[in-house]
Design a binder for this molecule. Sequence first.
Ligand code: G3P
Length: 222
Amino acid sequence: MKTPVVILNFKTYLEASGENALKLAKMLESAADESGIQMMAVPQACDIYRIKEETSIPVLSQHIDNISPGSHTGSTLLNALMDNGIDGSLLNHSEKRLTLADIQEINQKLKDNDLISCICTNNVETSVAAASFNPDIVAIEPPQLIGTGISVSQAEPEVVKGTVDKVKAVNKDVKVLCGAGISTGEDMRSAIDLGAEGVLLASGIVKAKDPRNALIDLVSKL
Ligand code: G3P
């Protein structure tokens, strides 16, 4: 995977749902082309198919349930996401936590299918546990900063640095991203200076007046 990387989580914002999800994915694709920086979209499951049909931006799902095909009404099945074209998935986002056993098993299923696995974590200790599963990415996001506009890389640099150091000690091949409150070029620059290989972010871009310009600003100091 090319780094630095920008992973944009669409969450369930109306600005990033349905038709708006497609528009945002196109802006992401255009900002990635203009800047030469790797960017990925994380839309809701229902928007994955049309984004994959109409753009070439890599797409991750927001969540996967640890189930097999069969009777699991309301669940999100890996096989169905794969049929819809996903390139990988977030796992264990703070807004959709999983058990340790489920994280390990779904991470393994992603790896078995050559898909990108990005395990989200809430602190240094859980990041170390996640790294031991050998995912492609560990993304550290202190939950108290999510959606606040207060950047983890500026407000809690020790968490980012501590995660990078400890994760790399477990497995140097795991990429470390950070997220929560990141929105500007300075926020991303400080994340990279702390050793992160990219950012996972949402509201700073999704809710910006002009998301495409916000993305260009985000990567302007790299
Ligand atoms: O997954 C990204 C995320 O939880 C951070 O959200 O809105 O603080 O960028 P936000």
